[in-house]
Design a protein around this ligand. Structure first.
Ligand SMILES: Cc1ncc(COP(=O)(O)O)c(C=O)c1O
Length: 374
């Protein structure tokens, strides 16, 4: 099985650990274990002591009942039986493709997005068409184009809402229209929703595709909204027959995801509102800083994100995006992702949900770099 190189991951693997100002990262500034445990007043010492007597078995194979119930509670129509634990959203997405996509199937995926969402189905022998999300359309899909792409072999339509890298957000009406288009050809919709909940506007709330469509599948994880990427836990929420098919395939790749991670995830899920409040404060404070910077920086423009943790910045310099990022990194320690990783040269992706001081300093350094290169 051949697969294209995962451009963003390759870029991150090469440089991330040396970054001084990491604004390439997509997670909300991570919790320490102590912060996580004490978020509801629990004493960390007592909490850890309570774990000491545990035997480290495989634990619950599909995820603990508590985990699955709490995750189901993030949806309006899911029950624990509709939820399967996986190792991160990356594991969840992979398992959906591994379980559903066969050679000769047709898959449609939005683009730009997390490359796994189109390169993995292609590697399983599907014909993949890309539905381009364009800056001039605020990175939202053209649904007439989607209609023109479907055919009787379309097995899966893949979306990512909110979108990485643009921060675009599709609303309920658009999602319902996508469900209607998928229904007309019997396709599943896989919706990668790792950033769901991270909206900028106070009164915005967008439902999950799993709650809107009988063949809707949602994947998500503890990494972004919960700021707990180190747990490596995620899930699939969807129709029971899909969960059963995923479980049948998962037996060959994953016995369980780790009982300790499950325990920490349950603690975070029980405190969802508190965690979400922290994450929203970080993304909203930081976007205000980024937005003020973009407005006063003549060489930079963007489509202001409505959700998530990332934005695509268009720069006005005669440098390829990779050269831009490499030189910036070498001279300042600021780490961004080149737009070329999303087939969008002339852009860079910034992850703005890091610590606020790091963001401020990184933006200052980028300004100095741009001035020097002009
Ligand atoms: C859209 C999207 N999906 C999935 C992932 C994988 O996240 P994880 O496996 O940490 O849950 C990422 C990580 O950046 C992402 O941006």
């Amino acid at each position: 099985m051949d697969v294209k190189t995962f451009a963003v991951e390759e870029w991150m693997n090469k440089y991330e650990m040396e970054a001084v100002y990491n604004v390439a990262e997509t997670c909300v500034d991570a919790f320490t274990l102590e912060e996580l445990i004490s978020i509801d007043g629990t004493d960390p010492d007592e909490f850890f002591r309570s774990l000491c007597g545990r035997k480290l078995t495989y634990g619950y194979i599909e995820g603990s009942p508590e985990f699955r119930e709490l995750v189901a509670g993030l949806y309006s129509s899911m029950t624990a039986e509709n939820v399967l634990m996986m190792n991160g959203a990356i594991g969840a997405n992979f398992l959906v493709f591994y379980s559903l996509v066969k050679p000769g199937d047709h898959v449609i995926s939005v683009h730009p997005t997390y490359q796994q969402l189109y390169s993995v189905p292609e590697s399983f022998g599907a014909r993949v068409d890309l539905l381009r999300l364009k800056p001039e359309n605020k990175f939202l899909p053209d649904l007439d184009e989607l209609r023109s792409l479907i055919n009787e072999k379309t097995k899966l339509i893949v979306i990512n809402n909110p979108n990485n890298p643009s921060g675009a957000l599709m609303g309920k009406d658009t999602l319902e229209e996508i469900a209607e288009i998928a229904r007309s050809c019997g396709a599943y919709v896989l919706s990668d929703e790792v950033y769901r909940g991270l909206w900028q506007e106070e009164y915005v709330s967008v439902p999950s595709m799993a709650d809107l469509y009988e063949k809707g599948i949602s994947t998500s994880s503890m990494s972004k909204v919960f700021s707990l990427a180190g747990l490596r836990l995620g899930w699939i929420a969807g129709p029971r027959e899909v969960i059963a098919e995923c479980m049948r395939h998962r037996d060959y790749t994953t016995i369980s995801c780790g009982m300790l991670d499950d325990i920490f995830a349950v603690h975070a899920l029980k405190n969802y509102e508190r965690v979400l409040e922290r994450s929203r404060r970080i993304i909203r404070d930081n976007l205000a800083i980024l937005d003020a910077w973009v407005r006063q920086e003549p060489g930079i423009s963007y489509v202001k994100p409505r959700a998530g943790t990332t934005a695509m910045l268009k720069y006005d310099l005669p440098l390829s995006s990779e050269e831009f990022c490499r030189r910036l990194f070498k001279s300042t320690g600021v780490f961004l992702v080149p737009g070329s990783c999303f087939d969008m040269d002339g852009y860079v992706r910034i992850g703005y949900a890091c610590g606020t001081e790091i963001l401020r300093q990184a933006l200052q350094k980028i300004s100095e770099f741009i001035q020097e290169k002009r």
